[in-house]
Design a protein around this ligand. Structure first.
Ligand SMILES: Nc1ncnc2c1ncn2[C@@H]1O[C@H](COP(=O)(O)OP(=O)(O)OP(=O)(O)O)[C@@H](O)[C@H]1O
Ligand SMILES: [Mg+2]
Length: 417
């Protein structure tokens, strides 16, 4: 296990500021434009990004390709010069356009792992990890270099390969070299840009757990970047969900998955039934192609407005047919198709000519053509704004997320990924 040596390391790595309640990293109104605005329109890579990371927390920037994750991370690292905004690190301003402050990258107390690892092929594992101590701004005496490098290599269980040249390492081992190099400085902040994307699926799963355990044991505040929602959910204390350079939602993995606040969040964090809806006068009941449905009243949309009801296939309950009690939002539908996936049964349920995606208990005995009752618990029917409300010409129900969208009898077709 990589974490066995972590306590020893932690004793030296952490500073007297450990009990400080202030956030270790504060990003305020950060913007980054590329290109010359006077010659055509600039690329707005990030636009008014705000977030904080508490000391010792693991925060993930999550979003599709091109949404500004790496640019944000590079601005924090000092590798990109933001167009405007402010970045505070451990109580010190490291960037402020208003105050004219830019602390250079090598003076910020952080470690970074790049997607490509960026380790030198002509150097041994030891020399790669030693590089920041030998060539960086905070050089240390050679006896100290040896101790620190071996300590960092032990953390990632590569001490036995210290003298091997880096091209003769597996992908996972190279990833560990990059991690050891980022940790050798005993940074307060660790920045990881898609460090697992070059690894095979099995190794990625192992490294997810190991990296989280390691940084937690070391008490290092971490900002992680990924476009993989499962990776983000399994590793993070908090997720910042981004789209087109802006933050769409912040919250714990549970909050973001269970309570998406937009169609984008519902889509990006897994599959959802998206049901066009017209809210009633107090915003608690919605007219939908499935009939009137009670919805979760915790939303900010105006009464009588057009909206989308979001309900995840796994949030829909298939009650015992023997039980008579009728709950609110009970619907009858015919099973059009049924896929037995082991952990769940995926059902396309036809209701009023529209399709509702349901994930059911695999132990239920269900078959195609059967008419079943399903319950959409009102608290799980979330109301989000419908960005297409004005140009929608017909009521249509779509299932979005992970590239699947149902299309039957007038239902919408949307391939989102
Ligand atoms: N040097 C540059 N010059 C011009 N545009 C750039 C530059 N670097 C990034 N961009 C643009 O800024 C936007 C954000 O890029 P960024 O690399 O931050 O995205 P990302 O979320 O990390 O994407 P990915 O998941 O593909 O790595 C993109 O539209 C990108 O094309
Ligand atoms: Mg990137």
């Amino acid at each position: 296990m990589m974490v066995d040596k972590a306590n020893l390391y932690k004793a030296t790595a952490r500073s007297s500021g450990d009990n400080d309640e202030r956030a270790l990293l504060v990003v305020r109104d950060l913007r980054k434009y590329f290109g010359d605005p006077d010659r055509g329109s600039p690329v707005i890579a990030i636009d008014s990004v705000n977030f904080e990371v508490k000391r010792g927390d693991f925060l993930t920037l999550l979003g599709p390709s091109g949404c500004g994750k790496s640019t944000t991370l590079q601005c924090i690292a000092g590798l990109q010069h933001p167009s405007s905004g402010q970045i505070d690190m451990d109580g010190e301003i490291v960037f402020s356009d208003q105050q004219g402050i830019t602390v250079p990258a090598n003076k910020r107390k952080l470690g970074m792992v790049f997607q490509s690892y960026a380790i030198w092929p002509h150097m041994t594992v030891f020399d790669n990890v030693a590089f920041p101590l030998v060539h960086g701004s905070a050089r240390v005496p050679s006896a100290e270099v040896k101790r620190r490098v071996m300590e960092a290599l032990e953390l990632v269980e590569l001490d036995h390969l210290a003298l091997r040249y880096s091209p003769h390492l597996s992908g996972g081992q190279q990833q560990r070299v990059a991690l050891a190099r980022a940790l050798v400085h005993q940074p307060k902040l660790l920045l990881l840009d898609e460090p697992l994307s070059n690894l095979d699926v099995q190794l990625r799963d192992t490294m997810r757990v190991e990296i989280r355990q390691l940084v937690k044991q070391l008490g290092i505040t971490t900002v992680f970047v990924t476009h993989d929602q499962a990776e983000a959910m399994s590793m993070s204390d908090e997720i910042v969900l981004m789209q087109s350079g802006r933050i769409m939602q912040k919250g714990t993995p549970r909050q973001i998955f269970l309570c998406p606040k937009s169609r984008f969040a519902a889509d990006f964090m897994g599959r959802s039934n998206l049901i066009p809806a017209a809210l009633n006068h107090d915003g608690t009941i919605a007219d939908t192609p499935f009939g009137q449905l009670r919805c979760n009243p915790d939303h900010k949309l105006a009464p009588n407005s057009r909206a989308l009801l979001v309900i995840r296939p796994q949030a829909i309950v298939v009650p015992d047919p023997e039980v008579d009690a009728v709950s609110p939002n009970t619907l009858l539908g015919e099973i059009r198709t049924l896929s037995f996936l082991g952990e769940t049964v995926e059902i396309d349920l036809g209701i009023n000519g529209h399709c509702l995606k349901v994930m059911a208990d695999p132990y239920l005995s269900l078959s195609a053509g059967q008419v079943i009752r399903v319950v959409l618990p009102p608290e799980r029917c979330l109301v989000v704004p419908d960005p297409d409300a004005s140009d929608r010409t017909q009521a249509a129900v779509g299932l979005i997320g992970n590239g699947a969208t149902a299309s039957r009898n007038g239902a919408a077709v949307r391939e989102t990924r």
